[in-house]
Design a protein around this ligand. Structure first.
Ligand code: SF4
Length: 322
């Protein structure tokens, strides 16, 4: 048997014994459910998606059509806590464009928010096409197998296409993700348990591949003004690219002299750390367009930061009466 066929067989055997075969998106043939899981899992851990988001979202929007028919506000509310809200907006836009996902890679990539990685994942997991996938675990495995420290995407894709099991692409791709997550881990890979051990060139020094990139996270500071009128707070629906569509408190570059400082919250995003200095401004006449009670705010789609800000406000108010 050719060496790659032997490896494919080992991968299959490993998957049947140790793979995470019970994950719900691995037990459906519905392309929408598979697509949803792929989008949710892009920036979020399996356990979080599984425990808190996947099933409630599907209960609210059981089909692509139901998602497309729903107002964006409701979709964002169901996405609240998952972060990276562009994912939800793109899902919604896609659902407004199609009621069935196409099978071809080009047609998939023409839809909002579906890049090359997601298109390949949908093609193989929903339609069992003989194409590889590319996510963090698979990248790490490929780098180690081929001793690559800093490969270009094109190089990785070429290796991935060379290696994919064209007869059993579904099992192969699911297994590669699981091997990366359970065996070929970033800091302590268990090479002696790995079905790829016989073809792996990097097994002597696996943690050298790929090279780690040092990341410096910049800090951004904002001043948040809580306009307060008769127990209600002003919020606006964001229009800029950042957190677009979510409701939020008013942010300014400078504090207002007449406002009272009530605290500070911090939040770390992937690309920067945000420090918000909070100021409360009591108004005898409302100056903003929309005011809400804290109870009403909890029902709006708001970001994690604004949720933290609301908590500081509630603590401040509670301390005034104790
Ligand atoms: S042999 Fe080791 S380094 Fe190579 S793929 Fe398996 S776990 Fe990773």
């Amino acid at each position: 048997m050719p060496p790659m066929k032997v490896t494919h067989k080992k991968i299959q055997n490993w998957y049947h014994r140790f793979g995470r075969t019970t994950l719900p998106w691995r037990n459906t043939t519905d392309p929408y459910k598979i697509y949803l899981s792929e989008v949710m899992l892009q920036q979020t851990q399996v356990s979080t998606v599984l425990e808190r988001f996947y099933f409630p979202f599907l209960r609210a929007f059981p089909t692509l059509k139901a998602l497309g028919d729903a107002p964006l506000d409701r979709v964002l509310k169901m996405w609240e806590g998952l972060g990276y809200y562009n994912r939800a907006k793109n899902l919604h836009r896609t659902a407004q464009m199609v009621t069935h996902l196409p099978q071809e890679l080009d047609a998939l990539q023409a839809l909002p928010g579906i890049g090359i990685n997601t298109a390949h994942a949908i093609a193989t997991f929903a339609y069992h096409q003989p194409v590889p996938i590319m996510e963090a675990n698979v990248k790490r495995i490929l780098c180690r197998i081929h001793q690559l420290t800093n490969p270009k995407p094109k190089e990785l894709w070429a290796y991935a296409y060379e290696m994919v099991d064209k007869e059993n692409p579904y099992i192969y791709n699911q297994a590669m993700m699981d091997i990366g997550s359970l065996i070929c881990t970033p800091t302590s890979p268990s090479c002696h348990l790995c079905p790829l051990e016989s073809i792996c060139q990097g097994k002597e020094n696996p943690t050298q591949y790929p090279q780690k990139k040092k990341r410096v996270v910049p800090t951004r500071e904002e001043y948040i003004i809580l306009y307060h009128h008769q127990g209600r707070l002003a919020l606006t629906q964001r229009e800029g690219k950042f957190l677009h569509g979510l409701w939020g408190f008013t942010s300014t570059q400078n504090p207002l002299d007449e406002a009272e400082p009530i605290g500070c919250v911090t939040h770390t995003y992937t690309h920067f750390k945000l420090i918000c200095h909070l100021y409360l401004l009591e108004e005898s006449t409302p100056s903003q367009s929309h005011y809400f009670t804290p109870k009403e705010i909890r029902k709006l789609a708001i970001s994690k930061v604004d949720d933290k800000i609301l908590n500081v406000y509630l603590d401040t108010m509670a301390s005034l009466f104790t």
